[in-house]
Write a protein that binds this ligand. Structure first.
Ligand code: CTP
Length: 402
């Protein structure tokens, strides 16, 4: 499973860094290629020379090193890796990751990462149990970062409890499992998927726009879930606060027209899931200059023009239609009836209809999945759980229709 895998190993400053040379040895024995970033604090526990000798690669340390940037810029370090492992991951680096702080090469590479990140926490038990660390851990897990360990036992500081970095064998096995289950043998491996998410912003003038309250939570969760099943996912998203899911190609757009353009540009895809709350209308003639109020004048009238329907366009494509097109129906009444009518009108295969009378932005969703065979009402679930179940249903369908 590790043969020819590129692992970017970030070594931060904990006593468990002394286990890293053995970890590198075990990974290389299995055919993996390991490249290390060593933080300043990490250097107190393990030398760059030993990491370079064992990995057979240059060890990267300095964000502002001209020679390092020349050899391999901090962006490329993560781009060229199949996975990034932070081992040991101290409370400090976890906090920086949670807050997006990028003040050295390791944290900059992590912030620029487009790959799955796995962390092996290692710290004193009190530090591990501290509310700040636990809250940072939750933030990282919510973002899809994989966490291995820590285990319980005697700690280097003399105390006993949780905080010991996972053993080398455990880390090797977590990496192997990652490559085995997430990439090659996922039920959607070899498939491509396009997901739209978030709202669109339709400009009125350079400073104002028409938008809606879509959070992008559901669409982003679906993109992440499809990627976890092995699909090659492109997520076309309007402006949201949601973090980019790991292992997904993200195309950020603002308007419905841009969203359609980005979807068409993906050319051929096996599955399309349109979860975006695309604005139905745009301002026919957005002003190039800020609209000014003139006292006494009536407010400007906004003439609206209908936006292209992305779901209908993909569903009714004459060539390269995705094998499965899934739309959403945001309804405030007669959810199943309206969802069924929307499925027929747009020509998609499935509609996931949900009641949005309580508004957008919640963490849960109550959906009815409408297919050609009828409708299936799911209980209220977290948006993540809806995404996981939907991705599994998509995978089953794709397998059956192969
Ligand atoms: N959709 C789209 N492009 C649009 C409008 C909607 O791709 N211009 C997609 C949405 O992503 C969703 C589905 O169509 O998958 C239904 O969106 P919804 O807002 O529920 O319905 P509308 O088509 O906008 O119809 P209405 O607002 O009248 O209910």
């Amino acid at each position: 499973m590790l043969e020819n895998r590129h692992i970017l190993l970030i070594v931060s400053g904990g006593i468990a860094a002394v286990k890293v040379p053995d970890l590198i040895r075990r990974l290389r024995e299995r055919g993996a290629m390991v490249r290390c970033i060593l933080t300043k604090a990490g250097e107190q526990f393990v030398t760059p020379m030993s990491l370079a000798a064992l990995s057979g690669e240059k060890v990267f340390q300095d964000l502002f090193s001209l020679t390092d940037e020349n050899d391999m810029g901090h962006i490329n370090l993560s781009r060229e890796a199949d996975i990034i492992l932070v081992a040991p991951a101290t409370a400090n680096i976890m906090a920086k990751m949670a807050y997006g702080i990028a003040d050295d090469l390791a944290t900059t590479a992590l912030l620029a990462a487009d790959k799955t990140v796995m962390i092996a926490p290692s710290m004193n038990v009190m530090m591990w149990n501290h509310a700040a660390t636990q809250s940072n851990l939750k933030t990282l897990q919510d973002r899809g970062i994989e966490v291995v360990g820590p285990g319980a036992g005697d700690l280097a500081c003399g105390e006993i409890g949780d905080g010991r970095m996972a053993e080398v064998a455990g880390l090797v096995s977590a990496l192997s499992t990652f490559f085995q289950t997430r990439k090659e043998s996922g039920p959607l491996s070899g498939c491509s998927a396009l997901v739209t998410s978030g709202p669109t912003h339709e400009p009125i003038d350079p400073v104002r726009y028409i938008a809606n309250r879509s959070s992008g939570k559901q669409g982003h969760a679906i993109a992440a879930a499809l990627a976890r099943l092995g699909a090659k996912v492109t997520l076309v998203t309007g402006p949201t606060q949601e973090p980019n899911p790991s292992g997904v190609t993200v195309v950020a757009v603002e308007t419905a027209q841009q969203m359609l353009g980005a979807c068409i540009a993906t050319k051929q895809t096996d599955v399309a899931v349109c979860a975006a709350a695309v604005s139905d209308w745009r301002v026919a003639q957005a002003s190039d200059a800020k609209l000014k109020k003139v006292s006494g004048d009536p407010p400007p009238a906004l003439r609206l023009k209908e936006n292209p329907d992305i779901l209908a366009t993909l569903s009714q494509a004459k060539t390269n239609r995705p094998r499965l097109v899934v739309g959403f129906a945001a309804e405030t009444e007669n959810v199943i009836k309206n969802g069924t009518a929307k499925r027929a009108k747009k020509g998609c295969d499935w509609i996931v209809a949900n009641d949005v009378s309580a508004g957008f932005g919640a963490d849960t969703n109550t959906v009815h999945v409408i297919t050609g065979q009828g409708s299936d009402s799911w209980p209220t679930l977290s948006k993540k759980a809806v995404a996981e179940l939907l991705a599994l249903q998509i995978a089953r369908h794709i397998k059956q229709t192969l």
